[in-house]
Every structure is written in structure tokens, then in C-alpha cells.
Write a protein that binds this ligand. Structure first.
Ligand SMILES: C[S@@+](CC[C@H](N)C(=O)[O-])C[C@H]1O[C@@H](n2cnc3c(N)ncnc32)[C@H](O)[C@@H]1O
Length: 157
């Protein structure tokens, strides 16, 4: 989510009829703080002198990247984060213990299926924790589910 330098303003709520909805003109200019783009995250320009990001959300996306791609992406995003910015991640993981071998087999078969179905180039889970920590982020919360096969993590700049 991009934070703009201009403060967000809202128009006070007021009762209105159907006709007044169409006629209503905003009394204050509205500043949109959320814009969507459909783009390749690896090449999308991120640096903008006027803007920085206070929230990054990547659910089951980092696992689509090779380790060099992920390292580069984190290196590009980190300088654009505001102090205290959050990065929410959900992804697969390989747990320790008895689930380790079944999880490895399952994730390997998932990568094979996605390679056949979508042409995915990466072949194994990249390590996001090391480049995030090297970029100065700290993991402030973590939860595992589905017998340790999934991880949800909150990182902070
Ligand atoms: C497994 S899906 C997850 C989608 C969604 N985040 C969710 O949790 O349901 C991975 C998504 O990442 C997108 N993706 C993969 N590589 C990408 C890239 N380099 N730039 C932008 N999107 C990418 C794919 O198109 C796909 O929509």
C-alpha cells in the first residue's frame, strides 16, 4: 500500500435522498491512497520520490520466485518501506520432524504440477527470511498451520 504525502480527507456523512446522491458534489478533494497495478513485480518501477510503502502483502507469491529473483525483489522493495512498515507473508514451508519427508514430497510434486500447468520456472521454496533480515526487517509474528506445511509471518521494517 502506497502512502502519499497528502493527508486523506473524508466527506462528512449526511442524510440524502436518491436524487441528491446523483447531484451530490464532494465538499473536499479526495486523496486516493490505494492504487492497483497489474505488472511483473520483478520489473515494476517502485522508486518514487513522493511515495513510500507502509504495507506489503505476498500470499503464496514468493514461492513463485527463484532465490536470486526473491533476493533482488526484497533488495528493491526494502528501501521504499516507511519506518515500521509491515510485510505480511503466507507461504509453504517444510517443517522439521516426522512431517519433513512427506512435506518435501508434497511440495516437490506441487512444483512439478505448476511447472507443467503454468510453466513455473522455480523448482523449490526460496528462503525469504535471510534476505528480509539482511534488508533490516524483523519477524514480529509467525504462525504455522496444516501440520507445519504453511507459514504466515508478519515482518516489520
Ligand atoms: C499461487 S498464486 C497466489 C495468488 C494469491 N496471492 C492467493 O493467495 O490466492 C501466485 C500468483 O503470483 C503471480 N505471479 C507470479 N510471478 C509474478 C511476478 N513476477 N509478478 C507478478 N505476479 C506474479 C501469478 O500470476 C499468480 O497469480
Amino acid at each position: 500500500m502506497k502512502r502519499t504525502s497528502a493527508p486523506t480527507q473524508s466527506t462528512p456523512a449526511r442524510p440524502c435522498s436518491n436524487s441528491s446522491v446523483n447531484e451530490a458534489k464532494p465538499q473536499h478533494p479526495v486523496t486516493f491512497r490505494l492504487r492497483t497495478h497489474q505488472a511483473n513485480a520483478l520489473t515494476l518501477p517502485l522508486q518514487d520520490a513522493e511515495a513510500s510503502y507502509d504495507l506489503i502483502v505476498t500470499h503464496f507469491f514468493l514461492d513463485c520466485l527463484t532465490q536470486p529473483e526473491l533476493n533482488t525483489l526484497i533488495t528493491r522493495i526494502a528501501p521504499t518501506l516507511t519506518p515500521g512498515a509491515l510485510w505480511l507473508i503466507s507461504d509453504f514451508r517444510i517443517p522439521n520432524g516426522v512431517m519433513r519427508l512427506p512435506a518435501r514430497a508434497l511440495i516437490r510434486s506441487l512444483y512439478l504440477a505448476f511447472r507443467i500447468l503454468t510453466g513455473l520456472r522455480s523448482t523449490h521454496l526460496p528462503d525469504h527470511a535471510t534476505p528480509l533480515a539482511q534488508a533490516g526487517l524483523t519477524r514480529i509474528a509467525q504462525q504455522h498451520s496444516l501440520a507445519g506445511l504453511l507459514t504466515t509471518e508478519l515482518w516489520q521494517a
